[in-house]
Design a protein around this ligand. Sequence first.
Ligand SMILES: [Zn+2]
Length: 140
Amino acid sequence: MDKLVFEEQSARIEAMVEEAATFMDMAGQWEFDHVMCEWDPHDQEGSDIPTVYTTAAKTTAQWQYKRAQIDWYVGRIATLSDERLMAVIVHELVHCLLNSLDRWINDDADDSYHELNEYTCEMIARAILVANGRSPVASG
Ligand SMILES: [Zn+2]
């Protein structure tokens, strides 16, 4: 990936995260460590289901400290409109807000748990987008 494009996209992500964190009342409360990567090295790993979906971001949060590391896959994000990138960002920030619940009920032995977690995050993200006058596009 071109270095200038990578830097422009990284700045775009950080600016839009700040915008989302502000309307989600997380700015100044949550600390985000943004890790900019070209692509997800584990994309679709372990899955035998063919899909065109490519991961745009991955969030690892510590709710008790209001901290999160968000890995951004810049190669994917460069293909997203602002509308869709905002949907991805809000989805990732909802993962932060639900991290306490996620840690409490997480069951790695149950595949349906992960689907339920993703569905819940996505539905809350859509409600937040609509409540803020934005389009509830899918975050993928
Ligand atoms: Zn998710």
